[in-house]
Design a protein around this ligand. Structure first.
Ligand code: 26M
Length: 813
């Protein structure tokens, strides 16, 4: 803890804040009001550091990374801010003295859920690491009025409710009206010739005012406070009085409506492109605002625009921000007056692109008709980028039309955003070794062959500050007792725990901490699901977005299979197991929603069958999100990472489980491969087809699931139970779609991997009963998790892609 925390002053401030904010004495304040008052007091501690940080950045005129992302899945801020200020324990004490429990106060804060899943949470972890390492960085995104929907479960089905996360205000944000900029949509492009040069002017457009709100991103114990800048949209003129006077009321409010709709809601699609015009509006809105602002800031400190790549990198989080390439070109040419070649040289040394998926349905391809209508000037620029890029391809591969077809930015009436991103970037990276290899050898092979030096891997990571120090205080303290606290900012220190893995006392301590965390989760489940679970059972957890490729269906089919065995094989026994699921399905993804219903239907039957003596419990945790994830990871015994090999680019939940001492039950996919490399294959439960095997089947047109259906009795039995009413007595056809998907094509190889999965599950059962062996395995997972810190990932980005320098910030009082 830093010496400069003034406990008495802090308490006074909280009391004053309640009074000035809510005109109440603290005794009468609601918990939400106390949360607000505490947060404003903490914000006061942040502000000086925030100002000092940016003063230092300006003084040094440092290179800055702008992390451009449609999503930042931040979760709650209060606890994390206290952790990183190193004030958590002191504030806990101060609040105790005021008669409040800090945990309870933290629970009053809504999650900032401005993201879907992995990609958005990765962005949040990166911001934490950038600040902790002292790298100058901005996160740039959208201030969605409604974030990721709240999930309810009604009658076993998912229902979506709006996430009104700003309804009580956000104590940590600062509105920066002085940095507002205009963003233009639609209209047409007029050419004006001045002094022999053509200028392109967008006319007849609609526009909105982009207004930034800044959120502090606090580095751990280093006084650095970076900024997450999220943009709100306002009408240029609140009320067009002119139109109003003329009685054209509709026209007067048109601008306001346009502004409102742009930032209204986060699209809840994960790994799926839908081609909605509003989505493209959102993309251009926050990109134009962010790039304009970045250039203005650059010009405050630098004279020569050619120096931009020395001072700025735009890192594009997937293809969603890729209009940045064309927007930067527009600003450099139309506003800075550069010629094409000059502008292109600067742009392609400033932009970099991260790919997060090889799922074909996730690839963004905008219809040219839509794109050019909404962004006429940007489209002209994309056309020229494409023309020159195609020339280059033809130069390299004369007469090879396939290359043009596979690589052009414009093709088949579509703008291919990944191709634009690659053409406009100096770096293209994948997010795990296997994923990058698949990009190079298959998905982006032609691009790789054209420019191999552009490609690189940056294996994902997670922040140990949130996912261990904050989420699992018992384990965090135990680790610090054993090896000191350097792991908080250098996770590789965890390997020092290896000397304890055979020590029985340590094993007991470690497993007792796990047990305490399981009690905490059991309590949460009792409160939220009204299901009793036994904390002595194996907590087997799969939490992540619901998607067919992630194969929650494989997991629940296997539960059905175990249940069948318990019911029909007198000899069969198993260690009690609690299967825990948490997953949101995109609102329009029917099959995903049906899988949620199946999980809940199986839970209903199994949990209420006294004859199996509680050997299996199935729990579906409602509204899985960052805040409850923290409780869940800490309590897990088994980490389910069972995607079809080659499909999960990396995964990051896998790392959070590992860090908290849960071995992986998984396929050789994404970062699982590297997890196994670190911890040893004997300390994981690996099963299923390899990525190579999956891709080979796919080249040959798939496999025939009926072969398995016909030859595998266990599989046939669970499949039959999908259509005979075992889990849907009121409507036996309810799950027929799942049955059909598995028996007709089974594109995700669920039946193919079933036996191998069941076998791995049996190994888990056996391994868990060897108490010492399990304790050792669990501890080794924690001890070997060092590589998976986002600090390591960010160091690699900073050194190899961004070329950033660290900055030190001191508070002179
Ligand atoms: C696209 C179009 C319209 C609306 C939404 C989208 C969209 C949103 C999120 C598409 C993809 C989105 O996210 C993809 C994602 O989360 N990918 C995951 O990224 C993680 C971080 O790199 C990886 O660990 C996961 O393996 C990968 O699935």
């Amino acid at each position: 803890m830093l010496a400069d925390f003034d406990k008495e002053g802090f308490k006074k401030e909280v009391i004053t804040n309640v009074k000035t904010l809510f005109r109440k004495p603290i005794e009468e304040a609601t918990p939400q009001q106390v949360f607000q008052a505490v947060s404003y007091a903490v914000k006061d501690d942040i502000i000086d550091r925030w100002i000092a940080t940016h003063k230092e950045y300006e003084k040094k005129n440092v290179k800055t990374v702008y992390y451009l992302s449609m999503e930042f899945l931040m979760g709650r801020a209060l606890g994390n801010n206290l952790i990183n200020l190193t004030y958590y324990d002191a504030v806990k004490e101060a609040l105790d003295e005021l008669g409040f429990d800090l945990n309870f106060i933290e629970d009053q804060e809504p999650d900032a859920a401005l993201g879907n899943g992995g990609l958005g949470r990765l962005a949040a972890c990166f911001l934490d690491s950038l600040a902790t390492l002292g790298y100058p960085a901005y996160g740039c995104g959208i201030r969605y009025k409604y974030g990721m929907f709240k999930q309810g479960i009604k009658d076993g089905y998912q229902v979506e409710m709006p996430d009104d996360w700003l309804k009580d205000g956000n104590p940590f944000e600062v509105k920066r009206s002085e940095y507002a900029v205009e963003v233009k949509f639609g209209g047409y492009v007029r050419v004006e010739n001045k002094n022999g040069r053509n200028y392109f002017i967008q006319d007849g457009y609609q526009s909105v005012r982009a207004v930034p709100y800044d959120l502090p991103v606090i580095g751990y114990g280093n006084n650095v406070v970076n900024t997450l800048r999220i943009w709100d949209a306002e009408a240029i003129q609140e009320f067009c009085l002119d139109s109003f006077d003329k009685g054209e009321y509709e026209k007067a409010v048109e601008q306001q409506n346009l502004a409102k709709t742009i930032v209204e809601v986060l699209y809840p699609n994960d790994n799926h492109y839908a081609g909605k015009e509003l989505r493209l509006r959102q993309q251009y809105f926050f990109i134009s605002a962010s790039v304009q602002r970045a250039i203005l800031k650059f010009k405050e400190l630098n004279k020569d625009i050619h120096k931009l790549p020395e001072k700025v990198t735009f890192q594009m989080n997937d293809t969603h921000p890729t209009v940045a390439v064309a927007e930067l070109m527009r600003i450099l040419m139309d506003e800075e007056g550069l010629e094409w070649d000059d502008a292109w040289d600067i742009t392609t040394r400033t932009c970099a692109y991260t790919n997060h998926t090889i799922m074909a349905e996730a690839l963004e391809k905008w219809p040219i008709e839509l794109f050019s209508r909404l962004l006429p000037r940007i489209y002209q620029i994309v056309e020229e980028i494409n023309r020159r890029f195609v020339l280059k391809i033809q130069e390299m591969y004369p007469g090879n039309q396939d290359k043009v077809k596979n690589m052009a930015v414009l093709y088949d009436g579509q703008v291919k955003m990944a191709h634009l991103a690659i053409a406009g970037s100096y770096s293209v990276n994948g997010v795990a070794a296997l994923h990058t290899k698949i990009l190079e050898e298959r998905e982006l092979k032609d691009f790789y062959e054209m420019r191999p030096e552009q490609f690189n891997n940056k294996t994902n990571g997670i922040t140990q500050r949130r996912f261990l120090l904050h989420a699992n205080p018992l384990l965090a303290n135990w680790i610090t007792d054993k090896i000191g606290d350097e792991w908080i900012t250098n996770l590789s220190h965890l390997k020092k725990l290896k000397v304890y893995v055979n020590d029985e006392k340590c094993q007991h301590e470690f497993m007792n901490i796990k047990y305490q965390n399981k009690i905490r989760l059991a309590k949460y489940i009792k409160e939220h699901n009204n299901v009793d679970v036994d904390p002595r059972s194996i907590f087997d957890v799969q939490v992540k977005r619901l998607h067919e490729y992630k194969r929650q269906l494989l997991n629940i089919l296997h539960v059905m299979h175990l249940y069948n065995r318990l019911k029909t094989e007198p000899e069969f026994d198993m260690y009690p197991r609690t299967f825990i699921f948490g997953a949101k399905a995109s609102a329009g993804y029917k099959r995903a929603k049906l899988i949620i219903k199946l999980i809940n239907s199986v839970a209903d039957v199994v949990n209420n069958d006294a004859s199996i003596e509680g050997k299996i419990k199935v729990v579906f945790i409602e509204n899985y999100r960052v805040s409850n994830a923290e409780i869940i990871f800490a309590a897990a015994d088994v980490s389910e990472q069972i995607s079809t090999a080659s499909r999960e680019a990396s995964g990051t939940g896998n790392m959070k489980f590992m860090l908290n001492g849960a071995p992986t039950l998984g396929t050789m996919d994404g970062a699982n491969v590297e997890i196994v490399e670190e911890v040893g294959i004997e300390n994981a439960f690996i099963f299923g087809l390899s990525a190579e095997e999956v891709m080979k089947y796919e080249r040959e047109g798939g496999y025939n699931p009926m072969d398995i259906y016909n030859n595998n009795q266990a599989v046939r039995r669970v499949l039959t139970q999908l259509i005979d009413g075992t889990y849907a007595s009121d409507d036996p056809d309810r799950f027929r779609d799942l049955y059909d998907s598995l028996t007709k094509e089974d594109v995700y190889f669920i039946l193919k991997d079933f036996d191998s999965y069941a076998e791995a599950q049996q190994k888990v059962d056996k391994a868990y009963q060897d108490e010492k062996g399990w304790a050792k395995m669990a501890m080794l997972n924690t001890a070997c998790a060092g590589k998976f810190s986002s600090d390591r990932t960010i160091e690699e980005y900073a050194k190899e892609i961004w070329k950033l320098k660290k900055v030190k910030v001191s508070l002179d009082k």
